[in-house]
Design a binder for this molecule. Structure first.
Ligand code: LHQ
Length: 258
């Protein structure tokens, strides 16, 4: 598929989407949003895991501000609803795991794009900033949803109001992200985690994502019922039978995602 603003590669069931406008820290323009969406749809068919990363020293600097020369004339509700939300939802509801491999600064909608993924890892030199207040806006693209859930109200509020850069180490300490990786080991570690997920029990991962998401709003009894129902479905999968047999035979399971 010919992409311009991103690169898309598929290697042994690992799809990698690389934001590729390094001169402006991979800021999101309309073309990039469209291409990321197309690549996510493609990857869901092709792969068992998706890695999202960026070229150069940035992961993503959020909205391309160069496209907002008359900011007050832009219909932001339409822009967000039609061009950002489908991408964010496609990541959050993706049936296969999505890893954000944050290779550098992640700002504004770029930070929140990263946070929509299931696993977020970052180079030690990377930073996260809810840059919105710097330009007179509030967090969008899912920020007001994820931030308090991930780091609690105090830190969510601080990140949003002060709009300071949060180093990757602090982000991990706060629970904003899963892991910090030394810069020189970053690509290898991304591949290693992607490999593990691609070899993992795809159906169980899909159910885990759904159940964890439902848990934000369900009460405890409903959540227990949901777990029992989904677990019962998984118990009829080939992967469950294989997992138990592999354990009893002391060998690595060969999960097929069925
Ligand atoms: C950029 C950008 C950028 C264009 C760096 N655009 N060129 C959604 C819907 C609609 C409207 C509004 O909002 C949203 C959601 C949002 O995402 S709003 C938030 C938008 N993002 C920002 O406000 C972040 C803007 N960028 C920055 O604050 C800095 O660039 C950060 C802190 C990310 C990095 O700082 P530095 O490491 O010092 O790099 P730099 O500022 O020198 O940037 C490098 C180049 O990238 C530079 O271009 P140049 O030609 O001078 O080398 C920047 O102009 C360009 N760039 N972000 N969002």
């Amino acid at each position: 598929m010919p992409f311009k603003a991103i690169n898309y590669t598929l290697e042994d069931k690992i799809a990698t989407i690389t934001l590729n406008r390094p001169d402006n820290l991979n800021a999101l323009d309309a073309e990039m949003r469209r291409e990321v969406m197309e690549a996510l749809i493609q990857a869901r068919e092709d792969a068992r895991v998706i890695a999202l990363t960026g070229t150069g020293r940035g992961f993503c600097a959020g909205q391309d501000l160069g496209d907002l020369s008359a900011p007050d004339k832009v219909n932001l509700e339409r822009l967000l609803g039609e061009e950002y939300h489908p991408v964010i939802m496609a990541i959050a509801e993706c049936p296969i795991p999505v890893i954000s491999a944050v290779n550098g600064v992640a700002a504004g909608a770029g930070a929140n794009l990263a946070l929509a993924a299931d696993v977020v890892i970052a180079k030690r030199s990377a930073v996260f900033l809810e840059a919105f207040a710097r330009i007179g806006l509030m967090p969008d693209a899912g920020g007001t949803y994820w931030l308090p859930r991930l780091v609690g109200r105090a830190r969510a509020m601080g990140m949003s109001l002060f709009a300071d850069s949060i180093p990757a180490d602090t982000a991990a300490e706060w629970g904003l992200i899963w892991e910090v990786v030394e810069d020189e080991l970053f690509e290898d570690r991304t591949r290693e985690l992607a490999r593990r997920l691609a070899d993992g029990p795809t159906l169980a991962y899909r159910a885990t994502k759904k159940a964890l998401q439902a848990g934000w709003t369900n009460d405890f009894a409903d959540q227990l019922a949901l777990e029992a129902q989904m677990q019962s479905e998984l118990s009829r999968s080939r992967d469950f039978i294989e997992g138990v047999h592999a354990f009893l035979s002391k060998r690595k399971a060969d999960f097929e995602g069925r």
